[in-house]
Design a protein around this ligand. Structure first.
Ligand code: B12
Ligand code: SF4
Length: 447
């Protein structure tokens, strides 16, 4: 006779927080996705748990707070305050709350003011213990997850067994960590590890079955399969093997990669053949010589960037270029140069789009520690750490206001030159004009 195990409840949450505009955008574009961390926690949870997942839920009602459940909340910095508010409400209702993710991992003591336990680091090695301790009513304050070399095996079978509706919402990455150590990156201490290609390929085949015809217009934020790696080109040899293995699947995909991919002809050819449609590249600065990852690849000026963009575009792969404003070596003159460079890269390099962000010292990054030591952190109101609408530190060569002005100016004046900008302008202005013309033509009955 099998032993009876009472059903328990696990509630997993990625909170909606930060600037209202970001919340709105995520509500429309990412609400239906399930953050990978929450898929992993579900996979590692014993099967007798009933699991509910909430991503970017805007409104919470009394009925959403049961009197007894295990609650897991994942937090970045900008949505940490929202996560803390939820943690408090679940605790008040009688639940046990465990938090994890980059922000609380960097500041566990802060998070412990609101929740029962914090997982610092990766969950794979400790979540089983957390669940057991919850059942025995003996949750510890801090669990330290050790990064596993083979981090995906405990999750693989679970993902393969997901039903089509869930698979459609799955976000995956083929690696974890990155070979570089950028000062501003809150992930800089993670050494790179990779999924086994023998697992990636069957999983993607399954995912492809669920979304055979997704087009750019249905998923405008990304290519149909977006590999959410920190850097899919962390190990060029692995990346090439992966691209090769993807070719027979005939999928379309996008991902983030470091700038060195732009100068590896073999990798670009394989990427193209394997269906790569879009690469997000962190160029970061117009002074590449000051950025260790660029200088490591002998990239000495923005002309090299332009060449890199052209190399990728030659394979009909869109490039989204990421630039950060606010580095210490920037003066007013440099921002003007940046504006001109972006316009040039849109027109001459056919850069598809840019991701412009304001330098933000995320807790856990080396930048945060340095600026704290220099007394340059202006606020620790984490909801302002959105990198888009707030300057949360004192820039070196100008006021925070001037930096914000340059940021707005560069965005407004450069974006209309981008391929996507041109498309949007065409749709917004030319299409209504064309429709109006057609209606006028029909009404005047020329035929
Ligand atoms: C995909 C992605 C996104 C997606 C989805 C985000 C999401 N919530 O999943 C989108 C496009 C929406 C996004 C947006 C943003 N992102 Co983002 N994003 C990523 C990226 C590339 C991958 C995330 C991922 O899936 N990782 C893989 C999973 C498995 O790792 P993980 O989430 O850390 O989870 C592990 C552990 O942390 C832990 N864990 C995590 N949560 C929990 C919860 C519990 C209960 C437990 C026990 C354990 C646990 O266990 C997990 C498994 O080991 C990361 C970089 C990275 N590699 O993490 C940046 C990253 C998370 N993003 C970042 C930033 C800054 C942003 C934005 C602010 C950018 C912007 N200006 O708009 C926004 C904010 C979004 C918001 N308010 O939610 C920073 C976060 C820094 C910080 N401290 O906040 C990162 C780390 C990039 C970086 N290198 O600096 N992002
Ligand atoms: S290249 Fe990207 S992921 Fe790697 S350390 Fe730098 S910012 Fe982080």
């Amino acid at each position: 006779m099998s032993e009876f195990t009472p059903q328990k409840e696990l509630i997993l949450i990625s909170p909606s927080g930060g600037h209202w505009f970001i919340r709105l955008v995520f509500l429309f574009f990412t609400k239906k996705d399930i953050p990978l961390s929450l898929v992993i926690l579900s996979a590692l949870t014993p099967r007798h748990y009933k699991i509910k997942i909430f991503n970017q839920k805007l409104f919470w009602f009394k009925k959403d707070f049961p009197s007894e459940a295990l609650v897991g909340i994942t937090c970045l910095t900008s949505n940490a305050p929202a996560g803390y508010r939820l943690a408090r409400r679940f605790k008040q209702a009688g639940c046990r709350v465990v938090m994890g993710g980059p922000h609380v991992g960097a500041l566990p003591q802060e998070a412990l003011q609101y929740c029962d336990s914090v997982v610092v680091g990766e969950a794979e090695s400790v979540w089983g213990e957390v669940v057991k301790d919850f059942e025995n009513n003996s949750l510890q304050k801090i669990y330290r997850g050790q990064p596993l070399e083979d981090f995906f095996s405990p999750v693989f079978e679970y993902c393969m067994g997901l039903d089509d509706a869930m698979l459609k919402r799955l976000r995956i990455s083929t690696s974890r960590g990155c070979k570089y150590r950028c000062e501003f990156c809150s992930h800089r201490n993670l050494w790179p590890r990779y999924l086994k290609i023998g697992q990636t390929i069957p999983l993607i085949k399954r995912m492809k079955q669920t979304a055979p015809g997704v087009s750019f217009f249905e998923e405008p934020s990304a290519a149909p399969i977006n590999f959410e790696d920190d850097n899919i080109f962390s190990d060029p040899a692995y990346a090439k093997k992966l691209f090769q293995a993807l070719i027979p699947l005939k999928i379309e995909w996008g991902s983030q990669a470091s700038v060195d991919i732009a100068f590896d002809e073999e990798a670009l050819d394989l990427a193209r053949q394997s269906g790569c449609k879009q690469i997000f590249i962190g160029f970061e600065t117009i002074h590449p010589q000051n950025l260790p990852k660029a200088s490591a690849n002998k990239i000495v000026s923005v002309e090299d960037y332009l060449q890199g963009i052209r190399n990728i575009r030659a394979r009909k792969i869109n490039v989204i270029g990421a630039f950060i404003l606010g580095f210490d070596d920037y003066t007013h003159k440099d921002y003007f140069k940046m504006l001109l460079f972006l316009m040039r890269s849109f027109v001459r390099g056919r850069l598809f789009w840019i991701s412009l962000t304001i330098l933000t010292p995320y807790p856990g990054s080396q930048l945060f520690e340095r600026l704290k030591k220099e007394g340059r952190i202006k606020t620790v109101r984490w909801d302002k750490y959105d990198a888009l609408f707030h300057v949360v530190f004192k820039p070196k060569n100008m006021s925070a206001f001037s930096l914000m002005m340059w940021y707005s100016m560069i965005r407004v004046f450069s974006v209309p030159f981008s391929s996507l900008g041109v498309m949007v302008i065409a749709i917004c202005f030319l299409l209504p004009l064309a429709i109006w013309f057609l209606i006028a033509l029909v009404l005047s009955r020329p035929f």
